[in-house]
Write a protein that binds this ligand. Sequence first.
Ligand code: PLP
Length: 474
Amino acid sequence: MLNSAAAARRALPSIDRLLKLDAVVALIDRHGRPLVVETLRAVLEAQRAILAGDSTVSAPADETLAADCGARLKALSQPSLRPVFNLTGTVLHTNLGRALYPEVAAVAATAAMTGAVNLEFDLGGGARGERDSHVEGWLQRLTGAEAAVVVNNNAAAVYLVLNSLAPKKEVIVSRGELVEIGGAFRIPDIMARAGCKLKEIGTTNRTHARDYEQAIGKSTAAIMKVHASNYKIEGFTASVPETELASIAHQHQLPFINDLGSGMLIDLEAYGLPHEPTPREAIAGGADIVTFSGDKLLGGPQCGLIVGRRDLIEKIRKNPMKRALRVDKVRLAALEAVLRLYADPARLVRELPTLRLLTRAQSDIEAQAKRLLPAITDAVAAHADAAIVACASQIGSGALPVNALPSAGIAITPRAKRKSSAADALSIAFRALPVPVIGHIHDGAFILDLRCLDNEAGFVAQLVQLRIRNGKTA
Ligand SMILES: *Cc1c(COP(=O)(O)O)cnc(C)c1O
């Protein structure tokens, strides 16, 4: 027995012999020699293990080994980061990459990516420039702030502000605002890492002006407000208005920091959407420093924006950690293009995908659902029924979850008895399409909210490849 297994292993070809096969030469052409050699080694090793474990099998033909190598290389060359259809109903989905760049930003980003740019070079004087200067003017115009700094994301913005303005000192925050944003961003943790002492005041539901006043002492460096982005405390509540917080801070010569999170640059109510506080309102309300994300409602690249008083911004800019948290030329180019769009509100709603998707009318989405229903019904016919349903889209990324947007979609309901595993099988099948389709399961049905479906033809074209495994076996 042992001898025959050893003989079968000896019958396996050498790497050199396989490298001469036409099929393998073609693989080298496509993938390069090192990767092909590495993969052939793995194929042979796997075969040796099989042969060692079962003496009844014999060594496969060289062509079979080459085909195995080809299949492995094909899987390897598939990008890991891939386009998907976001039909979750959440417009700014953190796990699906949040905001989509408008075309003008993609063009500007590509130009910055593929050529040299005046990133830190003053074209007038020929001297060294400041990278944030490319967007500072727009941010001043759009927020009313004196100066601005751009960093990697809003978590970095909060960190850098605290680390610059309050090292080893106390920052006063209401207990009702000690939030976790998701992805392990917790205000108390960031504050500790920034080297500040958190001074919690008030209670979860009620904080009063006197709580702030009593907490101010010799080691206080700032008062901070954190926008309650992803939750809402209702009922017997009290918080101190921003203008009052600002005046308490200023009476004690302390800066008032306002972390807005989403921070939309224009008033969303003008577009029939729920109000989100704007940086302009926060600055007008007396905040000395305001922080917000670039890829939430603003609809731009991932970055964190810090705007406010020039003397404080200078201090923040001089912090050596700014260097570690700065953004590259690509995102600055995209951000500049997005901020320029904001100067023209009529263009903005047409060209900024985030705003266009958020303002899509339910009737428009419903019409799209009607167009798609026959194709989806056909694709799932053997297993499930499809029907048009009303949906409630979420803005996402910390905008208030209670403010749902009326939308429409397709509910695919399995006919199997065990509805939940059959709905899982549907969601797996849609995720396995060439461009994975991400929906959500509700009440035993797989739901596709169509608010964010732009490429309708591309979506329909791949439905013929849908392979649903039986609910029982999935
Ligand atoms: C989202 C959010 C953050 C973190 O912003 P990122 O851009 O995700 O780093 C911080 N504070 C608040 C209030 C937020 O909503």
